[in-house]
Design a protein around this ligand. Structure first.
Ligand SMILES: CC(C)(COP(=O)(O)OP(=O)(O)OC[C@H]1O[C@@H](n2cnc3c(N)ncnc32)[C@H](O)[C@@H]1OP(=O)(O)O)[C@@H](O)C(=O)NCCC(=O)NCCS
Length: 167
């Protein structure tokens, strides 16, 4: 039976092993890791999918911010990684994790959502778009079309120039 649990119920090394399997061990060099360097995942927005006690998927969210050149900080929530164990990908688990997180975010997120991801997946199914992020900057290389965002819980997206980094 597949269950959705808070990610805090899962042993941290088990989560790291799943992320290695989904993304490969070079994942730490990614710009997404620099954006949320030194902060802890948001427990209320981070979940695990468990099938008969085996971890098959995770989603984590992080407290980050958009900072304009004149020092105005707007809180954002960075979504990701979203990871599904390679042998069970394509079975709807990624969508289930995202849908659960988005539902929780509607009442609990303390900022709009942003992520680095494929618009073909996160736009098509979940309403993320790059429209608002054209003037945003990140602390590392990225493809602009993959810098996505989505308003939630009454939090609008900052559209001006700004650097995204840890809160
Ligand atoms: C991306 C990922 C989370 C999706 O989860 P999943 O359980 O495999 O996907 P789902 O079953 O929910 O959705 C499958 C659908 O999404 C599509 N899809 C999956 N990944 C996609 C991508 N990167 N781009 C476009 N479409 C994608 C599939 O083609 C499929 O479409 P269909 O229903 O029309 O056939 C998972 O494949 C994964 O962990 N991949 C490796 C890590 C990764 O790239 N994570 C995302 C970046 S944060």
């Amino acid at each position: 039976m597949v269950e959705l649990l808070p990610l805090t119920d899962i042993e941290p090394q088990t989560v790291e092993d799943l992320l290695d399997a989904a993304f490969g061990p070079d994942r730490f060099g990614r710009t997404a890791y620099r954006i949320r360097e030194g902060v802890d995942a948001v427990p209320a927005l981070s979940f695990a999918l468990v099938d008969d006690a085996a971890l098959i998927g995770t989603i984590q969210c992080w407290p980050v911010a958009h900072r304009s050149a004149d020092g105005v900080a707007t809180p954002l929530v960075m979504v990701g990684p979203v990871a599904v164990r390679p042998d069970v990908q394509g079975g709807g688990h990624g969508r289930a994790l995202m849908a659960h997180m988005l539902d929780a975010a509607e009442s609990r997120a303390d900022g709009a959502l942003m992520m680095i991801g494929d618009p073909e997946y996160y736009g098509r199914f979940f309403g993320f778009a790059a429209d608002a992020t054209g003037a945003w900057d990140l602390p590392g290389p990225f493809e602009r079309r993959r810098l996505l965002a989505r308003a939630t819980n009454g939090h609008a997206l900052p559209t001006g120039a700004g650097m995204i980094g840890p809160r």
